[in-house]
Ligand binder design. Structure first.
Ligand SMILES: [Zn+2]
Length: 215
């Protein structure tokens, strides 16, 4: 059987449409933020805020599923935590198993009796690829289990494509600007800074509230 190398991705949404959806759901915030790395940024991205809506998760993960539909994926795997919802939805749409690796003493491992069978074709999914470190670790698990790596699917590639995985697809590529505090132009303008990880960070900060997130 001759198979095309990759499924075609539905194209009604442009990258700009997807970014607009992120903004609408509060997944992409603009302002002045202190990132967990300590760097300052005019943008903060929190993928869970768009994926909390089933219809958005279905649409975004559907693009990943479409891209890999013709690649005989047998199982989808994600690194915990953010990738799990992506892998689950992609697996659902491809009608294959979805599993996850979780961190224990700094190492990602398969637990709970979750397994990859030797020869099984495995798609790695993630919500946000920043450096690609977690995806790399999951790829090692796939190889160590004797699985065949199909590719990598993500909602957002924040490395701007720099992670450079073979046969990878992300619904959007987003290069987040980051500055050392003493070089931050927003600090120089004395724009108040927020720390999005903190509990009060999103207090009233989301661009809109949940009931009218649909357009
Ligand atoms: Zn700053």
């Amino acid at each position: 059987m001759i198979r095309s190398p990759a499924g075609s991705v539905p194209s009604p949404d442009t990258q700009e449409d997807i970014l607009a959806l992120f903004r609408r759901t509060g997944a992409l915030l603009e302002g002045h933020f202190q990132l967990s790395s300590g760097l300052h940024s005019p943008q903060y991205f929190q993928c869970a805020r768009v994926l909390q809506y089933p219809e958005h998760a279905e649409a975004l993960c559907g693009r990943i599923a479409a891209r890999f539909r013709n690649e005989s994926v047998g199982v989808v795997i994600a690194p915990a935590l953010g990738g799990i919802v992506v892998a689950q939805e992609v697996g659902r749409q491809l009608n294959v198993r979805s599993i996850f690796a979780e961190r224990r003493e700094n190492e990602l491992i398969l637990r709970r009796g979750l397994e990859i069978a030797p020869g099984e074709r495995v798609l790695v999914c993630e919500d946000v690829i920043t450096t690609g470190g977690s995806v790399e670790e999951v790829m090692k698990i796939v190889r160590g289990s004797g699985g065949t790596l199909v590719g990598v699917g993500a909602i957002v590639d924040r490395s701007g494509g720099a992670a450079g995985f073979e046969n990878s697809y992300s619904t959007v590529t987003l290069k987040v600007l980051a500055y050392k505090p003493d070089e931050c132009p927003l600090c120089k303008l004395e724009v108040p800074i927020e720390t999005p990880g903190s509990r009060e960070a999103f207090h009233g900060k989301a661009p809109m509230s949940a009931p009218n997130h649909r357009t």
